[in-house]
Design a protein around this ligand. Structure first.
Ligand SMILES: Nc1nc2c(ncn2[C@@H]2O[C@H](COP(=O)(O)OP(=O)(O)O)[C@@H](O)[C@H]2O)c(=O)[nH]1
Ligand SMILES: [Mg+2]
Length: 295
């Protein structure tokens, strides 16, 4: 159970955010990781440092004999793997953003203000993002970004912040889902098939907000309703893609597993979780637990 006290939050100016995020000790972690990785020793017999050759003035020449120079394919493989892991982990460690996305009126800004200001702040439909810092106890700060849901601007803001996303919270209005199901599924489909998201693999939480509403659907029902809608959408999108680019690499953009109905569990390697919340009653425990696990 995440204690409220373990997740303290501060509204903060954008330039202060960068200052705070710089405090994360990335280099130590990276160094530890490289030390632990399986970089093989360069075989001492393969490369000899020549002692001074009397009279020729050349010292420290690297003498390499033909038999010994071979850096084996295995060693190259280990070295490349280590470099790749180093670069990948460095990218992952430096990604400290959490993007709040979802349709207009789903409750993103109320969630943002409950987490950052610890109170409900009524907001108007915004065309600008809100940015604040969450301090997760023992795990460092996360930069929370509330991305406006308006169709005209949301892609632009998502493009700006998606590269730094360590996690994405997709907020759903659990009461009005029936009415909005098509739009919700389309937006979610776009997020999940985004090449940057597929490549960086941030953790994804589908947050079923407004659970305080008497007619709200629970997270499990929402998951199955969404899976059905995503299935329909995937068929349409796949058919369109095939029509446009015959012979193209369809698999790269295929969401889930081919030959069966769409399930969130099949969207490898993304980890997608569902949880309920009510920003209105400040019931955000599931969200705080998730933030803790992501940080
Ligand atoms: N009943 C209820 N209303 C909520 C909840 N979260 C947000 N709202 C209301 O839904 C409306 C839209 O919220 P807002 O945060 O502006 O949504 P956004 O457009 O996604 O940023 C506002 O009137 C909020 O008070 C909730 O958990 N329960
Ligand atoms: Mg808003």
């Amino acid at each position: 159970m995440v204690q409220n006290s373990s997740l303290s939050v501060n509204p903060i100016e954008p330039n202060e955010i960068d200052e705070k995020l710089r405090l994360i000790p990335q280099d130590e972690e990276d160094q530890a990781m490289v030390n632990q990785s399986a970089i093989p020793h360069i075989n001492q017999t393969a490369v000899d440092i020549c002692p001074d050759i009397a009279g020729d003035g050349h010292s420290g020449i690297i003498k390499v004999s033909l038999n010994d120079t071979r850096i084996s394919a295995e060693n190259s493989y280990y070295l490349l793997t280590a470099v790749f892991l180093f670069v990948w982990r460095r990218g992952r460690v430096s990604r400290r953003g959490i993007c709040l996305v979802g349709l207009c009126e789903s409750g993103k800004t109320l969630i943002f203000s409950q987490l950052i200001y610890k109170k409900a702040v009524e907001s108007f439909t915004s065309m600008k993002e809100n940015v604040g810092v969450l301090d997760i106890a023992n795990q460092g700060p996360l930069k929370l970004v509330d991305i406006p849901g308006h169709e005209r601007v949301r892609q632009r803001f998502f493009d700006t912040y998606k590269n730094t996303a360590r996690g994405i919270i997709f907020v759903i209005d659990s009461f009005s889902l029936n009415k909005d199901i098509r739009d919700v599924a389309e937006y979610l489909y776009n997020v999940l098939t985004d090449p940057v998201i597929s490549s960086n693999q941030p953790q994804i939480l589908i947050l079923c907000n407004k659970q305080d509403h008497a007619l709200a659907k629970g997270p499990q029902v929402i998951q199955s309703v969404l899976e059905k809608e995503m299935n329909v959408l995937r068929n349409t999108q796949t058919n369109q893609l095939e029509a446009v680019a015959e012979g193209g690499n369809r698999k790269s953009s295929y969401l889930g597993q081919e030959g069966k109905n769409f399930e969130f569990a099949d969207v490898h390697p993304l980890r997608i979780e569902f949880a309920g919340a009510s920003a209105h009653t400040d019931d955000l425990e599931n969200l705080k637990k998730w933030l803790h696990s992501v940080a």
